[in-house]
Design a protein around this ligand. Sequence first.
Ligand code: FES
Ligand code: FES
Length: 159
Amino acid sequence: MKQTFELRVNGRVHRIEAAPDRRLLEVLREDLGLGSVREGCGIGMCGACTVLLGGRPVSSCLLLVSQVHHQEIVTVEGLEENGALHPVQRAFIEHFAFQCAYCTPGFVLSAVAMLEREPDPDEQVLLEYLSGNLCRCGSYLNILKAVRAAAQGRRLHSS
Ligand code: FES
Ligand code: FES
């Protein structure tokens, strides 16, 4: 039986009528039209469906809508500010850090979460934060370049 859930997504409150066991991935894609949230493996292994939940990267394929009632969710669509891309998004473009781009939203959100917590990440921290995201096109070298560049830009900005 359907119930009403309230989700704060990209700064806006949405009331969702859904069965409690509907996956967050489906709610975001099908009910809210957020196409950046992608299904890959469906079992928490690839990171294509990553969203930020209270600022932490999570796999939306593993969460039920009933588990995120009243919680704060951010997808890639919510990163831009006043029409400007987030610095991590810009770095991905500048460093050609994608081919098909299916994995890109997940990588971008994991990198954004990392930089919020670790503004000056060393290589080990960086690899740990991105370890839950897979790129089937093998764009890892450029993805790492982009994330390092975004971290460096942030350091320069704050110094
Ligand atoms: S689709 Fe969720 S982790 Fe792969
Ligand atoms: S760019 Fe194609 S899966 Fe990563």
